[in-house]
Ligand binder design. Structure first.
Ligand code: ZN
Ligand code: ZN
Length: 407
């Protein structure tokens, strides 16, 4: 249980709110979280917590407090290319540049600012109550969650060679549930995701001379239609899978057959064997349809790969029991796995350590009981209620950490 020493004081709660509003007003794009990383480093150093950079704009804090287990807790730090439309007085007006140089508005539209404010505040409480716990806490401030680049970058930069290897890795995400509540899944928690860009190569000609062309539009139409048979005809219907083609571009004018066309696709799966089958079927169909059209082999570029996010059932059951004690029975609910994706799972999978990831509600009752759905993550209107959202996030983080390290 949380000891009284670890309760938020009004003063610390106010500082957490200021920190949150500052982060919200200053979001940065994935893998460009330079000011955010500097702020985190300064806060950790001010608390006397040793820290280092990892994976570019990632920051790791190591809070040691004698012998005991090691727990890692992850907070992601990036914003989204999105124009904020919440009307909040601390709304973002920030801009950033995508990799291709395009200038875009930037918003903390997924609530990662809540994750950072919560973890820094939990760290402050832990440093002030060393008698209440023993062991080591590894604070992982991870960049680039939205592009699936961040966990990978930290692991490739030797995260678990530089930081103590944990016995468990925890993480949490704000969602549009009732503030003050937690939801979780046991086992599969969020889907794996694979995104590809496919370029179809053909031969252009005048629209009136189709005999001189290899039409990439017709080829693309056949491929895209047939891709829908992977889930409907090849996968056991009891196992979830999604294949979505989100873009299809080709040509500039109705009377010109273009020389190329391209589409992007997105796959969601839970079972690694299902994922392997879907990805192999994609390649088979793309290749075979190109051959059927007499076109050259299409070019496939992998855009992103989100790993499995699997909650260790034993570690989850033990933690949920603690959550119920601290937050109350009615504030903790089991949910179905989410088809959304996260790169969090990679942090534990890389070292074969169990992970547990849960959601904490971000909307007050009035918003949820009002008319229409509340704006969810990635909406320009996404605006979590500051309280009790942030305090619940801190409580949940401390409950998880102290479930392993509490005296
Ligand atoms: Zn997101
Ligand atoms: Zn997110």
């Amino acid at each position: 249980m949380i000891t009284t020493d670890l309760q938020l004081t009004d003063e610390l709660r106010q500082r957490m709110h200021e920190l949150y509003r500052h982060l919200h007003a200053h979001p940065e794009l994935s893998m460009q979280e330079h000011a955010t990383a500097t702020l985190i480093e300064q806060r950790l150093t001010a608390l006397g917590i040793e820290n280092f950079r990892c994976g570019g704009t990632g920051v790791v804090g190591v809070l040691r407090n004698g012998d005991g287990p090691t727990v890692a807790f992850r907070a992601d730090t990036d914003g989204l290319p999105l124009a904020e439309d919440t009307g909040l007085d601390y709304a973002s007006t920030a801009t950033g540049r995508l990799e291709d140089g395009t200038q875009v508005p930037v918003m903390h539209g997924c609530g990662h600012d809540t994750h950072v404010a919560v973890l820094l505040t939990a760290a402050e409480l832990l440093t002030g109550a060393r008698e209440a716990w023993a062991g080591t806490v590894v604070l992982v401030f991870q960049p680039g969650e939205e592009t699936a680049a961040g966990a990978k970058a930290m692991l490739e930069d030797g995260l678990w060679g530089k930081a103590p290897v944990p016995d468990v890795v925890y993480g949490q995400h704000v969602m549009p549930g009732r503030a003050g509540t937690i939801s979780y899944a046991s086992g599969d928690t969020m889907a794996m995701a694979d995104s590809w860009k496919v370029t179809l190569h053909g031969k252009g000609s005048h629209a009136s001379q189709p005999q001189d062309s290899t039409d990439p539009i017709v080829l693309g139409a056949h491929i895209i239609t047939r891709l829908q048979t992977i889930v409907s005809r090849e996968i056991d219907p009891r196992r979830p899978a999604v294949v979505t083609v989100g873009t299809f571009h080709g040509g500039l004018k109705e009377n010109i057959i273009p020389a190329s066309a391209e589409f992007t696709l997105n796959v969601r799966t839970f079972d690694p064997a299902v994922r392997d089958h879907v990805l192999a079927a994609l390649r088979r169909i793309i290749s075979a349809e190109a051959a059927a059209s007499g076109a050259p082999e299409p070019t496939v570029e992998v855009l992103s790969t989100f790993p499995r996010n699997y909650n260790d059932p034993d570690a989850t059951a033990a933690l949920v029991e603690r959550f119920r004690q601290v937050l109350g029975e009615d504030s903790v609910a089991e949910i179905e796995p989410l088809m959304g994706s996260e790169d969090f799972g990679a942090l534990g999978a890389a070292i074969g350590v169990p992970t547990v990831f849960w959601m904490f509600g971000g909307h007050d009752a009035a918003a949820l009981d009002g008319e229409g759905p509340v704006p969810m993550n990635h909406s320009p209107f996404f605006a979590p209620a500051i309280e009790p959202t942030l305090s619940t996030g801190v409580q949940a983080a401390l409950t998880a950490i102290l479930s392993c390290l509490g005296r």
